[in-house]
Design a protein around this ligand. Sequence first.
Ligand code: SF4
Length: 223
Amino acid sequence: MCSGKAGQLQHRIGAAIIKWGVNNYRDFPWRFTYDPYRIAVSEILLRRTRAFQVGRIYNQIIDRYPSVQKIVSIGDNDVMLLTLGFHSRARILREFAHEITDIYNGIIPEDRKKLLAIPGLGDYSVSAIRVFAFGHNDPLIDANSVRIISRINGILYTDSLRRSRIIHEKYVEMVNLYDPVVFGYSILDFGALICGTVPKCSECPLNMECQYSLDHLKQGNNI
Ligand code: SF4
């Protein structure tokens, strides 16, 4: 639990992002489940692929491979994956499924270290599984959340910020009073629809708190 003015600001920002999120959620099919298998599959498919593309095939993949035991047998030429150019994804899904069945008896573990050792899962996908399947408040640090946090707090954006302690701390301060699942989907969509590469500050509920927009207003620019 944080305290002080900086912490209160992050709480207010967290609340504003959630309020925006619950009114603007995108309804991707993997958002209607807490099943760690389904969430893990979505995260593997979403890597380097746009969400709307994955949204087009996700239900068909899950219908065809409804469990980790079934996806062990996915072929390299799976039509669903190939039509969208997911050439290496079948192999990654197969390696992921083998590890879960061989080492964990078909049950996806909750422990961060164990998840990180599973083929196909990286730092972000492990956080996403822990947040969306198990309700932990691990920070979901990707280009979107780094961009949002750095703009709001007046931190110069660089690629190395992903590994920065301050970004992780700001994220935890924003989420720690709230439901991490609701906050996670809210900040994902906020980054996609409002605070994108070109921010829509005039439509943003944070424009009177965000350092980026305040700086622009001070310089006499429209936001
Ligand atoms: S005011 Fe602009 S820069 Fe700040 S969070 Fe909103 S959209 Fe992003």
